[in-house]
Ligand binder design. Sequence first.
Ligand SMILES: [Zn+2]
Length: 388
Amino acid sequence: MPSFQDHLAKIKASIREISPDDLRARLDRKEATVLVDIRDRDEIENGFVPSAHLLGRGHLEARIGKVAPAEDAPIVVYCAGGVRSAMAAHTLGEMGYTNVKSMAGGFGKWAQSGFPVETRKSLTQSQLARYSRHLLMPEVGEEGQLKLLAAKVLLIGAGGLGSPTAMYLAAAGIGTLGIVDGDTVDMSNLQRQLLHTEQAVGTPKVESALKTLRGINSDIAIKTYPFRIDSSNVMELFKDYDIIVDGCDNFPTRYLVNDACYFLNKVNVHGSIFRFDGQVTVFKPHVGPCYRCLYPEPPPPGMAPSCAEAGVLGVLPGIVGVAQAIETIKVVLGIGTPLIGRLLTFDALPMKFRELRTRKDPDCPLCGSHPSVTELIDYEQFCSMDRG
Ligand SMILES: [Zn+2]
């Protein structure tokens, strides 16, 4: 039986090697090099050579074409010690690559030489399992999941809209989820606010939300704010978040969220519901319209039907809140076409979605050319047309 040593000697004789010193010089000269790390994912936790493609060994043959489309591409492969990369270089030669080298001594020698090492955050084993369905999609992948885990999203309201949004965003692995709500759970909330249970009636909504969300995903940070936002606390609260998801149920809060997001340049993922109707849009300051471009001022208190008069189909916030969660994830990942400048409306009775173009109003009192709203306003609290 041929020994491994004999086999390795044969392989090494058939390939070319490059020393870490020569590779370093080559990279410093910015010479075109397709550098490929073929180690396993747990091996790269302590670092890799900067600019290396972390392809791993298992799918090397299938993936190499992506980073080295030309057969004469100058490829350098490395592993931990130079043995696996010698085999890999041999294989790439058999595939038709004509300019492949294996780094002698591997990453170990490179690191011992004191050469630059880059590290990246990677998913833990349990995160790999939890988010595996995301990882399978190239639009998300490990890189996208790491973005989700690094994202900070603040939810306004733990009610009808906030419930599905919070549950899906927690499940999706939004790394920091803030929830602000000053209410306590009422029996009448349970018809639609899935974050809360019968046992939670009478307790603060944020506490009940925290309990439910912890059960869904204990891997993320959940921050709770048991108060109603107003002009005195909103700026301080928003500043630490990337995206604000507005699922509030009243006009004063809605205008406050809109204005604060504009002043702080934060994306505002907006949703609202009324009986059988829902709407969703994304307000991105300086890119698309804001809420005041659509509705410059809140309606006078007497004009809005009272909470008790309006009512809402319990299932409706499920559709709208989930749409908000999807938009949030798209904005974090930078994929797809967010609802900026588009208002998606949903009517449950005919089961119809419609889309309305919305435009930035040059005369908008907030984001127009001659703004009259230059500071936060606390509008008088009154019952809203919709019930979050
Ligand atoms: Zn505006």
